[in-house]
Design a binder for this molecule. Structure first.
Ligand SMILES: O=C(CO)COP(=O)(O)O
Length: 136
């Protein structure tokens, strides 16, 4: 599966701990991330991560574009709800596209814990069916 990982600055440590804890699962998937998040995850885990621009420089929009092309299966976004972000419209647009295209999105650690277990349990098999349908 293609997984997007994004974390706001105050949530960077949390996403690093999360990806480190579940490295054995993440290593079976293709990882994508906004710039700084991806760099930190790569440094901490050694996992290969395709890095887009940093969030404020368009990274959220680049991930949104992948979603619009059905090229992303899951978005794990550790949002900071207590800090104003200069690129708030980009963040809203990304979340909106997840809803438009029915892409699973979690925006906090509690949701991510459940989602990663669902991923490992095979609950994402339907994504392959959607893609097969589109190809026909
Ligand atoms: O701002 C972000 C998401 O909206 C995250 O961007 P970085 O991973 O580059 O810090």
């Amino acid at each position: 599966m293609k997984i997007a990982l994004i974390a706001h600055d105050k949530k960077k440590e949390a996403i690093i701990q999360f990806t480190t804890s579940y490295q054995h699962i993440f290593q079976k998937h293709q990882l994508f991330a906004t710039g700084t998040t991806g760099k930190r995850i790569q440094e901490a885990t050694g996992l290969p991560v395709h890095r887009f621009q940093s969030g404020p420089l368009g990274g959220d929009q680049q991930i949104g574009a992948r979603i619009a092309e059905n090229e992303m299966d899951l978005v794990i976004f550790f949002r900071d709800p207590l800090t104003a972000q200069p690129h708030e419209p980009d963040i809203s647009a990304l979340m909106r596209l997840c809803d438009v295209y029915q892409i699973p999105l979690v925006t906090n650690l509690a949701g991510a814990e459940i989602m990663i277990r669902a991923l490992e349990a095979g609950f994402f098999a339907w994504r392959e069916l959607v893609k097969e349908d589109e190809a026909n």
